[in-house]
Design a protein around this ligand. Sequence first.
Ligand code: 5GP
Ligand code: ZN
Length: 114
Amino acid sequence: MTDCLFCKMVNGDIKPDTVYEDDDVLAFRDINPQAPVHVLVVPKTHIATLNDLDPAHAPLIGKLYLAAQKIANDEGVAERGYRTLINCNAEAGQSVFHIHLHLLAGRAMGWPPG
Ligand code: 5GP
Ligand code: ZN
């Protein structure tokens, strides 16, 4: 999608601070980190929200989590712990409409989330 920020990162028009990439997934540091480690894991294909997933996307979503697992290991936070989340639509606070998994770590996380 030409007017999508994360598609621009996937196609190289914008260069993010990439921490992981493979054929299906790109992961980069959030520009406004909410924890010492805050990485966004995005599929290279454009999917706007969690509501737009269909069963064919199941392997791709699994790959987002496997990438998060690897990044958590690489960042040295896997044993301490980390949080992964996907915001969907307005009340959850989604602001970029290309689905992305947040990986947050490096500090104690509150519950319930705000
Ligand atoms: P959402 O609110 O949609 O769940 O998350 C969007 C995230 O994208 C936010 O955490 C925000 O800080 C991050 N973000 C927005 N613009 C940019 C950008 O240009 N570069 C990077 N690396 N992150 C961005
Ligand atoms: Zn996109």
